[in-house]
Ligand binder design. Structure first.
Ligand code: NAP
Ligand code: MN
Length: 271
C-alpha cells in the first residue's frame, strides 16, 4: 500500500472518441480537486476509458511497471469485459478512488519469448489476452513441445495461447474453455487444424499449469505473423516461440465486488 501522506498518482487513457475524452477530462478534474496528482509517467492507478481495446493499450503502455500500477476500466459502449464501470457511475467511482484504500486483485499473464535463428536479441512480451501465431503463406506448420517433449506437429490456420482473462476473447471464438483467473494457467487453442489419416493433432484446447512451458518450433517456414493482444508483428527467421505463465501479474483495483462469473454472464448472456 502507498504511504498515506503521499497523494495517489493517477493517469487516464482514453479510447479517443468524443464521449471517452469528455469523461476523461471530467474524471481528471474531479480527482485533482480531491487532491490526487495526475502523473502520466509513474501512475499508481491507471483509469482506462473506452473498452477492452483501451485497457489492452493501457496495459502495454505501463507494462514495465506492473508491480506499481493498478488498472480500472470505465466503458463507453462496446463490450468492456475488463471495464467494470459505466459513465453514469463516474461520480461514485471518483469518490471511491479518492476516499477508500482500494482492494487489488491480481490476474495471471502470458509470457512470450521469440528467439531467432541468427541468435540475436530475443524478443520478450507479456500478453493480457493472448498470443496468436499464423503463417504468412498458407498452412502454419509447427512442432508443439510441452515441458521439453514433442507433443504434436500442428498443421492449420494458427495457434492461440491465452491467459485466463483472455480466455473469453479470441480463445472463446476458437471453442476454448473459459478459465477462472484464479487459475495460474495458459490455454493453447487450435485454429482450424488439418486432421486426416496423414496429419493429426489433439483437436482439443489444452490448459497448461504454471511452469509447463510450451514451445512452438518451425518445421519449414521460419517467418510468422505473431500477435500479442491487439499488436500484430511479422517476425522473420524464427527459431522458436516460448510461452508460459509469466512471473508478472496484472493488478486490478476493485472498489466493489464483481465476481468473474458475473462478468462472464453480463458479457455473454445478459446484463
Ligand atoms: P477488437 O477487434 O475491437 O476486439 C474484439 C472484441 O473482443 C471486442 O468486442 C473487445 O471488446 C473484445 N475483447 C477484448 N478482450 C476481451 C476479453 N478479455 N474478454 C472478452 N472480450 C474481449 O480489438 P481490440 O479491442 O483491440 O481487442 C483485441 C482482442 O481482440 C485480441 O486480444 C483478441 O482477443 C480479440 N480478437 C478476437 C477475434 C475473434 O474472436 N475471432 C479475432 C481477433 C482478435 P471491446 O469492444 O470492449 O474493445
Ligand atoms: Mn475494441
Amino acid at each position: 500500500m502507498r504511504p498515506k501522506q503521499e497523494p495517489l498518482k493517477f493517469a487516464i487513457t482514453s479510447k479517443g472518441d468524443a464521449t471517452s475524452n469528455t469523461l476523461m477530462q471530467k474524471m481528471k478534474t474531479y480527482l485533482v480537486d480531491f487532491g490526487l496528482e495526475y502523473d502520466e509517467d509513474e501512475p499508481d492507478l491507471v483509469i482506462s476509458v473506452g473498452g477492452d481495446g483501451t485497457l489492452l493499450y493501457a496495459f502495454h503502455r505501463y507494462c514495465q511497471r506492473l508491480d506499481k500500477t493498478a488498472f480500472v476500466g470505465v466503458h463507453t459502449g462496446h463490450l468492456g469485459f475488463y471495464a467494470d464501470w459505466v459513465p453514469e457511475e463516474i461520480e461514485k467511482l471518483v469518490i471511491a478512488i479518492a476516499k477508500t484504500p482500494y482492494q487489488i486483485v491480481e490476474y495471471p499473464l502470458l509470457e512470450v519469448i521469440v528467439r531467432y535463428i541468427s541468435g540475436g536479441q530475443e524478443a520478450r512480451y507479456l500478453a493480457l489476452n493472448e498470443c496468436t501465431v499464423k503463417s504468412l503463406t498458407g498452412t502454419l506448420v509447427m512442432d508443439v513441445e510441452i515441458k521439453g517433449d514433442l507433443f504434436e506437429t500442428f498443421r492449420g490456420d494458427g495457434l492461440c495461447i491465452s491467459t485466463p482473462t483472455g480466455s473469453t476473447a479470441y480463445n472463446k471464438a476458437l471453442g476454448g474453455a473459459i478459465l477462472h483467473p484464479s487459475l495460474e494457467a495458459i490455454q493453447l487453442a487450435e485454429m482450424a487444424s488439418i486432421n486426416n489419416r496423414v496429419f493429426r493433432t489433439i483437436g482439443s484446447p489444452l490448459v497448461l499449469p504454471a511452469h509447463h512451458t510450451c514451445i512452438l518450433k518451425p518445421v519449414n517456414q521460419v517467418d510468422f505473423q505473431i500477435s500479442i493482444d491487439h499488436l500484430s508483428l511479422l517476425h522473420k527467421d524464427v527459431k522458436l516461440i516460448q510461452c508460459r505463465v509469466a512471473d508478472e501479474k496484472i493488478r486490478f483495483a476493485r472498489f466493489r465486488p464483481f465476481p468473474f462469473w458475473k462478468r462472464v454472464r453480463d458479457s455473454f448472456i445478459a446484463d
